[in-house]
Design a protein around this ligand. Structure first.
Ligand code: NAD
Length: 529
């Protein structure tokens, strides 16, 4: 652990500042003790931002925006390219810190840093493709087009389960768009954020850029989170986390007519039909439900299985679950590490208890593990449960490895069961029947933001726009045209005619003889503003 921390310029003993803009500020806020869910050891301590620190950071972000927006977009892209390279150099140590602080297995920790690098690469290319459309004008000798301008300082609030990647989805694109970024990381994983800032600020400083382009403010949501969300100097808040958080943030930002990009909880289902390749399905379900110990927004939580294959699939899954190696996530052979904390374990236990009270049944696992490393109380055996369409506990996202199995008879019924939850993030169908696949992808099919055929619900690629519908919040991040959310669109008309023809054929001429305005060609109230 000492080596990993020192590689990243951190120490176990030092108290780290939780706020800065290119260099660290002296903070006097609350102290966060970063306890590893792996073994209960303290990985570091972080002093949260206070109100003055917050104000300093925002002021710097506002000033830096004025300079950064004037750097040509491809040059901004070049800085992001260098950030990607700096992350490449520290991939191993940063990925291991993700495992230490959050508890995901080493391969997934490294994968998270890889996702940051991939986002940097995507953003570099995007920096030359901030396209605006040109439309034919209805007026002669006029040009009509749209262009995209930087928005301002962007607030990015992140969840504990992807302590780095979620920031990168937002920040890399926000940067090439010409914005500055203020990051409020989860108080459960501030060290990852601090280590990333150290690496990235070095790149900005080497380029002679002003402080304030990439900023961090760590602290409780009641103070620091609230200040950011309610700050009119921050035109966009991108917030990732629970639906509860999204409702609070959404209401506050909307009240000041700011913009939000909300990436909230999922409750992701897979339909498995009689023609499915069950070997492929079992592997995808296992990764989706047990990977990251069920702590992904895209984790598979519900399986809707045709009754003719229900028994076979349930048996195969129980067998596969029995082989999952649970333990220290830094050990190469481990497939499932701990949950983030005991609170998460408690909420899993109460969900299982509720399931039984509501008529469901636990088919496998679910217990809290103990003995040796497991005495932290953060390790559980992943659970497979039998439930029924509409079982109340299944309508909620339990952020733990709980998989509910439901039986269906017709494909229409399966889609109805699939869509009956309030969340709408990721979805999948396993089938070799083209009609079923197309139905699921059609507007009568899945109501989610992400829909896959013969691929699981988790592990999205960055090339597509990522996000979900309904209670998942409607935001889109990462690839495709998600960059537009970080910019303001401007529609422009240029008249090079020497005349003044009006849109919609309106005549609005002054008769110099009687000095009165004549309006013809339509009622003036019907004119477009
Ligand atoms: P959380 O909602 O407890 O916290 C997320 C972040 O929001 C933290 O930084 C927290 O401090 C902050 N926050 C909470 N309430 C706030 C408020 N009122 N004002 C301002 N900030 C506030 O979530 P978590 O436990 O860290 O993460 C797990 C949740 O995140 C799950 O529901 C998961 O599905 C979701 N998630 C969604 C996505 C996605 O892209 N859709 C990705 C990752 C995680």
């Amino acid at each position: 652990m000492e080596k990993i921390l020192s590689d990243l310029g951190l120490t176990e003993q030092d108290e780290h500042s939780g706020a800065g803009s290119g260099s660290w500020l002296t903070c006097t806020g609350a102290m966060l003790e970063c306890v590893s869910p792996i073994d209960g050891r303290t990985v570091g301590t972080v002093r949260c931002a206070d109100r003055d620190g917050y104000e300093t950071v925002i002021t710097r972000a506002v000033h830096a925006f004025e300079e950064w927006r004037m750097v040509p977009a491809p040059k901004r892209g070049d800085v992001v390219r260098q950030i990607g390279n700096a992350l490449r150099d520290r991939k191993e140590s940063l990925g291991t810190l993700v495992s230490l602080e959050m508890g995901k297995i080493r391969a997934e920790g490294a994968g998270e840093v890889q996702e940051m690098i991939d986002m940097a690469d995507l953003a570099v290319g995007q920096s030359r493709m901030l396209y605006g459309k040109t439309m034919p004008s209805e007026r002669p000798c006029h040009r009509l087009y749209e262009q995209w301008h930087p928005l301002g300082p962007v607030g990015v609030i992140t969840a504990f389960n992807f302590p780095l990647a979620v920031w990168a989805w937002n920040a890399m694109i926000a940067l090439i768009a010409g914005n500055t970024v203020i990051w409020k990381p989860s108080s459960k994983t501030p060290l990852c954020a601090i280590a990333a800032m150290e690496i990235i600020w070095e790149v900005l400083n080497k380029n002679g850029l002003p402080e304030g382009i990439l900023n961090i403010v760590t602290g409780p949501h009641e103070t620091i989170g609230n200040a950011l969300v309610n700050d009119p100097r921050v035109p966009l808040i991108s917030a990732t986390g629970s639906v509860r958080m999204g409702r609070a943030v959404g209401q506050a930002v909307t009240a000041r007519l700011g913009r939000t990009l909300l990436e909230l909880g999922g409750n992701n289902g897979i339909i498995v039909t009689p023609s499915a390749d069950l070997d492929v399905a079992v592997r995808a379900i296992l990764f989706g439900a047990v990977g990251t110990a069920g702590q992904r927004c895209t984790s598979t939580r519900r399986l809707i299985i045709h009754k003719s294959i229900y028994r076979d699939l349930a048996d195969s899954l129980i067998k596969a679950y029995g082989q999952v190696r649970i333990g220290n996530p830094l050990d190469e052979t481990t497939l499932m590490g701990p949950l983030i904390d005991r609170e998460a374990v408690d909420s899993m236990q109460s969900a299982l208890q509720r399931l039984v009270e509501e008529g469901g049944e636990i088919l496998f696992g679910g217990e809290v593990l103990s003995g040796g490393l497991f005495d932290t109380g953060t390790y559980v055996r992943p659970a497979i449960c039998r439930a029924y369409a509409g079982t109340p506990v299944m309508m909620e996202e339990t952020f733990a490895p709980v998989l509910y199995l439901i039986e269906y008879e017709t494909i229409d019924e399966a889609i109805r069961y699939h869509n009956c939850v309030p969340q709408g993030l990721s979805s999948a169908i396993f089938t070799n029947d083209m009609r079923e696949a197309e139905l699921f992808l059609s507007h009568r099919g899945s109501d989610c933001g992400i829909t896959n055929v013969n691929a699981g619900t988790s592990g999205a690629e960055i090339g597509g726009a990522f996000g979900g519908e309904k209670n998942t919040g409607g935001g889109r991040e990462a690839g495709s045209d998600a960059w537009k959310a970080y910019m303001r669109r401007q529609t422009c008309t240029i008249n090079w005619s020497g005349e003044l023809p009006l849109a919609q054929g309106i005549q609005f001429d002054i008769d110099t003889a009687d000095d009165s305005a004549l309006v013809t060609g339509g009622h003036p109230l019907k004119q477009r503003p």
